[in-house]
Design a protein around this ligand. Structure first.
Ligand code: FES
Length: 104
């Protein structure tokens, strides 16, 4: 399966993903610039992405912990998610996201 990730320069990349991986791990392991400082523990918000509106409804809704942590993120939008909280599955093959800006 694959995910389509647009970086902060507007370039879209297709990244191969494996079932059960966190989206954050896919983005990080392919070398895209995502900090993911807490390593996926939902405590840093530096894995913030914008999910393409067509895909938003296919994700499980965020847990309270993720919503709370998103409060710490920069430029939060209705389609903001923390990529460490998205587990890859066949249903998400083709998922499209954009990296959110980092805090200056
Ligand atoms: S990696 Fe820290 S909240 Fe996702």
């Amino acid at each position: 399966m694959m995910v389509r990730v647009t970086d902060r320069d507007g370039q879209e990349r297709e990244l191969e993903a494996l079932e059960g991986w966190r989206l954050m791990e896919v983005i990080r392991d392919w070398g895209l610039p995502i900090k993911a400082e807490c390593g996926g523990a939902c405590s840093c918000a530096t894995c913030h992405v914008y999910v393409d509106p067509d895909w938003l409804g296919k994700l499980h809704p965020p847990l309270a912990e993720e919503i709370e942590r998103l409060d710490d993120a920069f430029d939060v939008r209705p389609n903001s998610r923390l990529s460490c909280q998205i587990l890859m599955s066949e249903a998400l093959d083709g998922l499209k996201v954009t990296l959110a800006p980092e805090l200056a």
